[in-house]
Design a protein around this ligand. Structure first.
Ligand SMILES: Nc1ncnc2c1ncn2[C@@H]1O[C@H](COP(=O)(O)OP(=O)(O)OP(=O)(O)O)[C@@H](O)[C@H]1O
Length: 249
């Protein structure tokens, strides 16, 4: 069974048809890139899948259940987790505290007046596990605001992992990064997909990353789905070349 199925999904903003007729399926374990020129509808697609607003037309099914009108908080509980173009972490807190708060929230502990020693130890183990997974452990006690932009985004990935995502939506995960940070993030995305088995959709403008790691690529153009396929198919598609790749070169 596909993890995510969009059936003829569309979204209007007043007179503007931002997306129309989008039908796509994402299989469990897939690493899918969403690409397209500015204004193609990529962010709108993420907003629909993560419940920020409902589609004007069509239906969205996640893990066999219709989620077309489900709100973002409820979707997070079901495992659809999203990161934004702007990093969302507590800059004044340490990396450890950022991860700890995320773990406590995910475990439903944040409203408890006290936490037992055993639970505290479980939280600590999970924090360390997350820090190892995203490879930020050596910087665990640094203040997040003093880290590089790339490391802050890595911490953010650790925070979203605390929520045990089944479907992770990453909006421009390497935006504003230098080569080394980009390589680290790209490697992290691939590892999370391959080793943790997390299904992912990511919006990315850097074609080297898209063609380097995506299992499949969905190309949007002007609110429509222009093409879908693996890297070879997309690179060879003349419609994609003229609508997008030619323009980007
Ligand atoms: N909340 C909104 N209200 C009105 N128009 C919107 C809204 N969100 C998006 N749009 C419009 O919908 C179209 C698609 O925008 P969207 O942000 O989804 O494109 P995008 O592919 O993510 O672009 P970019 O690569 O520049 O981020 C654009 O014309 C945009 O102006």
């Amino acid at each position: 069974m596909s993890l995510l199925v969009l059936d003829r999904v569309g979204r209007r903003f007043g007179a503007l048809q931002a997306l129309s007729g989008i039908s796509l399926s994402v299989e469990p374990g897939e690493l899918r890139a969403i690409i397209g020129p500015n204004g193609a509808g990529k962010t709108t697609l993420f907003n629909l899948i993560s419940g920020f607003f409902p589609p004007s037309e069509g239906s969205i099914v996640f893990a066999g259940e219709t989620i077309t009108a489900v709100n973002p908080a409820a979707l997070v509980k079901r495992g659809i987790i999203r990161t934004f173009q702007i990093t969302e972490i507590f800059l004044a807190l340490s990396v450890h505290d950022n991860l700890r708060i995320a773990v406590e929230t995910a475990m439903g502990l944040n409203l408890r007046p006290w936490i037992s020693a055993a639970t505290r130890a479980a939280v600590e183990r999970r924090v360390e596990e997350l820090a190892e997974i995203v490879r930020i452990a050596p910087k665990l006690h640094r203040i997040a605001g003093e880290l590089s932009h790339g490391d802050q985004r890595v911490v953010e990935i650790g925070i979203v992992l605390a929520k045990s995502p089944k479907l992770l939506l990453l909006d421009e995960p390497t935006a504003g990064m230098g080569d080394e940070e980009t390589n680290h993030m790209t490697d992290l995305i691939r590892r999370l997909n391959r080793e943790q088995g997390i299904t992912m959709l990511f919006v990315e403008h850097d074609m080297a990353i898209v063609f380097g790691i995506a299992d499949r690529i969905t190309v949007l153009d002007n609110g429509h789905m222009l093409a879908e396929g693996n890297a070879e198919e997309i690179a060879a598609d003349p419609r994609v070349q003229s609508a997008y790749l030619g323009q980007a070169a």
